[in-house]
Design a binder for this molecule. Sequence first.
Ligand code: NDP
Ligand code: 8X3
Length: 249
Amino acid sequence: MKTILVTGATAGFGAAFARRLVSDGHRVIATGRRLERLEALAAELGENLLPLQLDVTDKTAVAAFPASLPEAWRQIDVLINNAGLALGLSPAWEADLSDWDTMIATNVTGLIHMTRAVLPQMVARDDGIILNLGSVAGVYPYPGGHVYGGTKAFVQQFSLNLRADLVGKNIRVTDIEPGMVGGSEFSKVRFDGNEARAAAVYAGITPLSPEDIAETASWLISLPRHMNINRIEMMPTCQAAAAFAVKRN
Ligand code: NDP
Ligand code: 8X3
């Protein structure tokens, strides 16, 4: 049984990680800003889920978080840096600067502070797993992806660079890089609560599901200690990387 800290467990992938990993026999510390959602998960999943409110952009709270855990939960075996968001899809020259700041504060600064808070105890034990949620948006550009894609490119390179520091240690780091995943609040958040616009993103296709991403995390966590998967890029079969933009006269 591992103790697994999941950020952003109030919806989407994070809630799917909690359900799958508790059913795999692990214990999950489920965090996010909407405490009532975490408490509902605890009511559903029982004593192996610990619901705790945490905003990853609150640097002080993140730094204090590991030591503030109940003693029996203080050894974090797996950190899943999942909390993240895309805001808007306007071209760069029209994008809202505060949206850009929020994406960087959450997807980049939140993720690195969370990692820095948990990593020392993993190094001291020479054991641990960090799963970061990157995206195909960090590899392939698309119109309106600007800062969101930039944050996910950061997550990929940060993940690879962590392994450079950790070489020789039994601490694994994987960047999980999904393409289109439905069944989460991702597009609703991106389009500022516009449900119709969010639904249109997945109209007529079968995207990946949060459960598919949880299946991947479950597999990664089950691997032998000596085996590090650096990156996993995954897409639904309805999606492929095939776009070069060409503007003709
Ligand atoms: P959701 O919007 O469904 O979930 C995002 C989660 O992040 C929520 O639980 C939200 O909780 C949490 N979150 C947002 N801001 C903060 C914050 N400041 N502090 C703590 N938690 C926060 O999206 P997904 O499940 O789809 O996305 C999960 C991750 O996967 C993200 O990093 C996303 O970029 C990435 N991803 C998503 C893809 C997709 O197509 N869906 C594809 C590739 C990657 P709360 O608001 O309660 O705090
Ligand atoms: C989410 C996938 O293609 O909307 O990271 O950027 S995409």
